[in-house]
Structure formats: C-alpha cells, structure tokens
Design a protein around this ligand. Structure first.
Ligand code: SF4
Length: 419
C-alpha cells in the first residue's frame, strides 16, 4: 500500500483526503504504480478527527510523528497547522518520505507545498495523493514495529446521549443516576498534549489509571486519548479489570469502555456540552461548577491548551494543568506572579465557579481531583463515595460461580428447591 500520514488539526483537509483515497481514480493510479491502494493513518488531532468520523487508524500521538517517518514506509506526510515539528523535513530527507505542507500559515523550507483550497477540495486532495503514489517507487528498506492496539472511538455528546437510552429514550439520566448513587464517583476529562519535558504518555496514563480505580469515569480527547488507547483502556471488556467496582458495573451494563474517546483537542467544547446536558438532566446542580467533575491536561504544552483551559474555567470547570506553571515566579518570594496565580484560582472561582491550577506531581493531581469531586458531591448532598457499597461486578460473580459444582451453582443462582 502507498502509506500516507495526515497530521495536524484541520478536519476539512483530512476528510477530503479520506474521500479521495477511496475513489476509483486514485485506486487505479496506485495500482498502476505497483501498489494495492492507498493506506491512510493519522498523527495528532487530525488522527482523532478521522478516527472518530471515518474509522481511519491512528499512527500515534504528538511525540510519535517522527517515529512514523522512521519506519521508512511513509510515502507522504501531509501536514496543516499546529504541532508540526519544524525538523520533520530534515528527518524525512534521510528517507524517501515527502512532507507536504498545505496551509498558507505553515510553510517549511524543503517541504513540498500544495495549498489547500476548500473550493477545489477534492481535486487538491487527489493531487496530494498522486504525489504520494508517484513517490512509492522510491521506497527503500522499511522497519514497521508490530505493535498495535484495538480501540473503540467516537463517543460524541450525541452518541453518549443515544447510547444511554437508545432511540426512544436517549437521555443522560442513567449517567446522572450512577453519579448520584455513587457507583460513579465523578467524571474527569483528561485531555490534551504530549509534552517532551515528561516521559511520553506517562502523566496521562498514571493519572487515568488511578482515577479509574477510584470509580471516576474518564472522557478523553487529543493526544491523551491515544495514550489511553495504547493501554487498551478504550476497549469495552478488556479495560474493565482495571477499574473500580461501581464504574465497572455501569460500563458492563451500558456496554461502554471506562474511558470514552470524544475526539480531537478541538472537541473539548463538546465535553462542556456533555456537562451542560448533565446539568439539564437534573439532580447534579444548577450549573457546571456544581457537577462533581474535573478537567485535567497533565502534559499540556501548546498555547491553545491554555485558551481551552480558560474557556472551560469561564464555564465553571475546575481545571488542573500538569508541568510547570508559566506564570509562577521565584519560589519563596511574594511577587506579581503569586497575585496572578491566586487570581486564576481563587479569583476566577469567585467570579465563574471554575479555577485553573498548575500541579506538577501526578499524585497531587489525583488527590486534588478526588478532593474536588468529593467536595462537590457533599455540596449536592449526595452519599459519600464508598466502593464497598457496590460490591463486585456481575462478571466476577459469574466467574466465581463457574468454579462451583452444578448443584451448588444452581442453588446459588436460583435458591434451593423447596426453600
Ligand atoms: S492534543 Fe496538543 S499535542 Fe496533541 S495534537 Fe492537540 S494540540 Fe497537538
């Protein structure tokens, strides 16, 4: 197959490349070049876009863009805006890979520039793919690691609503009830970037795994979602042995993974839509700041992440950012920075109900998240979180029963006849 990796953030370009790759014209063109067809994959949030909407596999998240080229099997990496490493072209010059830039805002010296224009979208997408196909003959040795993981993506707010109630009873009621009863302790949106200053995916995965054990339902977008996918947490059954008993019960009943993939980093707005729907459904407060929910970006790095954080805070969410604070000053010295830090936490909380904090230590992020969720539960008058209340999952019980002799199993399931 001719391998084309799409990378960046613009959904219109990647959608058109998917459409173009399936046209008879492009398939025939690829066959004439000695390939079977065109195989697409994604990097970064474009990966999440086409994964969510078209089922195209992700080749990795932000810190894996160079690794895709290092396979030697990529005919073209098509990039648009944001998160495109400037050194990609230099790296690609060691292989046959063509880096194709497509946005007037992002041109890289040495790259092939084919500017995308929405009015001629399909023609340009085909043109880009033909460039990649023409490059197929130049492929040298390849080294593709045989590492892959299945996942279930695409939990848009519309789909979550449908999933919880079907066509006739689409509703957030089951989710609200599960939170109210304490089966689900609260919700965490763990989103955003990889940051080269921390071990790849480490902060995302350590925080996600611990919150799942604490019966916190996790929704994810962006590179954080792909980090969890690599661990199998975006699968139904497979991920459930790693989550708390109440959350597991809900996931098994509804048939959902414990981590819901909600798309790319620009889909964080949709997480706010979910919170709004949760409030609308009733029983969990009058506004977003009352819901037992927290937003976390453990490995954030882009300026866009900060603007996402501020609109979430302005909507009432508590947002925790990992890594160093860009506004903190010298330790042990009272400075203007401390005033800013206090303003974006306590000041914003007073104004909007939400607050922004920078917490570098993953255990402290987990502790603060649980503390916030429990405080919001208490403020709503909900029962204190107690994992023992909801016991074991149905599957655990069935597995145990299967070890018993038939008569004992029947007695355990149906009672003793005559009694
Ligand atoms: S989540 Fe961050 S690193 Fe990943 S693609 Fe989006 S902006 Fe880039």
């Amino acid at each position: 197959m001719v391998n084309v990796v799409v990378h960046g953030h613009e959904p219109t370009l990647s959608e058109m490349i998917v459409a173009a790759s399936q046209t008879p014209e492009i398939i025939e063109y690829a066959k004439a070049a000695g390939a079977k067809g065109v195989s697409l994959s994604g990097i970064c949030c474009t990966a999440n876009e086409i994964l969510m909407r078209q089922g195209i596999p992700a080749a990795g998240n932000f810190l894996q863009q160079e690794l895709a080229i290092l396979t030697g099997a990529v005919e073209a990496m098509v990039v648009d805006v944001q998160c495109i490493m400037q050194a990609l072209v230099d790296l690609a010059s060691n292989f046959h890979t063509q880096v194709i830039t497509t946005s007037p805002k992002v041109k890289i010296k040495g790259a092939t520039h084919i500017e995308f224009d929405e009015h001629r979208a399909l023609t340009i997408a085909k043109d880009i793919l033909k460039h990649a196909i023409d490059n197929f003959k130049n492929r040298g040795d390849t080294q593709i690691p045989d590492v892959r993981e299945d996942l279930i993506p695409g939990f848009s707010h519309e789909y979550i609503n449908y999933m919880l109630g079907g066509t006739y009873r689409a509703s957030f009621r089951p989710l609200n009830d599960a939170i109210i009863s304490g089966r689900i302790r609260g919700v965490a949106a763990i989103v955003g970037c990889n940051n080269p200053r921390s071990q790849h995916d480490y902060l995302h995965t350590v925080v996600t795994k611990e919150l799942l054990k604490q019966d916190v339902l996790v929704v994810q977008t962006g590179c954080g979602a792909i980090a969890s996918a690599k661990l199998g947490l975006l699968l139904g059954e497979a991920g459930l042995d790693q989550v708390g008993p109440g959350l597991r019960e809900v996931c098994e009943t509804v048939g959902i993974p414990p981590v819901l993939h909600m798309g790319s980093c620009v889909d964080n707005t949709r997480i706010l839509t979910v919170l709004t729907q949760v409030v609308d459904e009733g029983g969990l407060g009058e506004d977003i700041d009352e819901v037992p929910a927290v937003g976390l970006a453990p490995e954030w790095m882009s300026e866009k992440a900060l603007s996402i954080a501020t609109y979430c805070v302005a909507s009432g969410a508590y947002v925790i950012f990992g890594g160093a604070s860009p506004v903190s000053g010298m330790p042990d010295k009272m400075s203007d920075s401390d005033i800013v830090l206090r303003y974006i936490s306590e000041g914003w909380e007073e104004l909007y109900g939400g607050k922004l904090e920078f917490i570098a230590d993953p255990q402290a992020m987990i502790d603060k998240t649980l503390e916030h969720i429990d405080a919001k539960r208490a403020a709503l008058g909900l029962p204190e979180y107690d994992p023992a209340r909801f016991g074991r999952s149905g599957d655990d019980r069935m597995r145990e029963l299967e070890t018993l002799p038939l008569a004992e199993r029947q007695a355990a399931l149906y009672g003793t006849p005559g009694k």
